[in-house]
Design a protein around this ligand. Structure first.
Ligand code: F6P
Length: 320
């Protein structure tokens, strides 16, 4: 029986567990022998790999994070450790890989393919939603729902106390979480890397609102702008309103995957196994304009992240 190994790599994201479960179950149904690699690339190097049965992956789909655990391995950059990883796979007869993670993990496995010819299929998973070529990455919906709950709670206290709140969402280089959260929570300000902002115009707009009775303000700021602390001081001084800063942090990465993340995980996993069975190498599963597909790793690497232009447009009025 041909061996297929499944791993999660890079930042964890909700939806990884249902993807692992589905990849194992579907591989078995296709006559493959699935293996699980623990701790991502670290486990590949150190041989932390074991055969998986359906029972091994039962009861995991509702859990957040990744039961396989994850890591960011520097050793994998070195040929000698990649060779060690290859020897571990060889011993177990593994000649196909599924990696659930981000573009850094895909690039690592692309190098591994160049070295030893072991094909992989990539499943995009990161709460940042910033993998080029796909409109959706696993974990995004769960993160957005976590943020919504937090922002709704903050709105309750803000309105009770005549206060402004600046809320920083994750997103190292990408403002997707911040933009969707600003829209879905009715925030008054949104600061993201994708949009220019004009604090003078924001000031004029909100001063008018305050004259007309507005007593609280929510501002959603993407982590990647580094603007949260500055904006907190700016609102205090310029809008004369007591202002608090909440950095949501890693709470956004946890939590039971939403229905959408579970279903997307199933779809991506089945597509990944099918892609490898069809003899494709180094394809990244993508979801674009409502359709599931697959792109070459090179296409993904040479593309830019394209966020939903309507979301960007809708946020425009929150930046001035
Ligand atoms: O890439 C996902 C992400 O959650 C980013 O939004 C954030 O900047 C980063 O990971 C945090 O990484 P770490 O968990 O290593 O602190």
């Amino acid at each position: 029986m041909e061996g297929i190994a499944i791993m999660t790599s890079g930042g964890d994201a909700a939806g990884m567990n249902p993807a692992v479960k589905s990849a194992v179950d579907y591989s078995i149904s296709k006559g493959l022998k699935p293996y699980l690699i623990r701790d991502g690339l670290r486990g590949m190097i150190d041989g932390d790999i074991s055969a998986a049965t359906r029972e091994d992956v039962s009861g995991i789909l509702h859990r957040g994070g990744t039961v396989l655990r994850s890591s960011r391995s520097k050793r994998f950059f070195e040929y000698e450790y990649r060779k060690q990883a290859y020897d571990n796979l060889q011993k177990l007869g593994i000649n196909k890989l599924i990696v659930i993670g981000g573009d850094g993990s895909f690039a690592a496995l692309n190098q591994f393919y160049a070295d030893f010819g072991v094909p992989f299929a990539g499943i995009p998973a990161t709460i940042d939603n910033d993998i080029p070529g796909t409109d959706y990455c696993l974990g995004v919906d769960t993160a957005l729902n976590m943020i919504r709950d937090s922002v709704d709670s903050i709105r309750d206290t803000a309105t009770s106390f005549n206060r402004a709140f600046v809320i920083e969402t994750m997103g190292r280089d990408c403002g997707y979480l911040a933009m969707v959260s600003a829209l879905s929570s009715g925030a008054e300000i949104c600061i993201v890397p994708e949009l220019e902002y004009d604090l003078d115009a924001i000031g004029q707009r909100l001063r008018k609102d305050i004259e007309n009775g507005r007593s609280s303000i929510l501002a959603i700021v993407a982590e990647g702008t580094n603007m949260a602390e500055y904006l907190t001081r700016w609102i205090t001084v310029n809008l004369n309103m007591e202002t608090r800063l909440t950095v949501l942090g890693h709470v956004q990465r946890g939590g039971s995957p939403t229905v959408n993340d579970r279903i997307m995980a199933y779809k991506f996993s089945v597509a990944a196994v099918d892609s490898l069975l069809a003899g494709h190498t180094n394809k990244i599963m993508v979801f674009r304009e409502g359709q599931l597909g697959a792109l070459d790793i090179e296409t993904v690497n040479s593309s830019k992240v394209e966020l939903d232009p309507q979301i960007i447009d809708l946020c425009g009025h929150l930046t001035k």
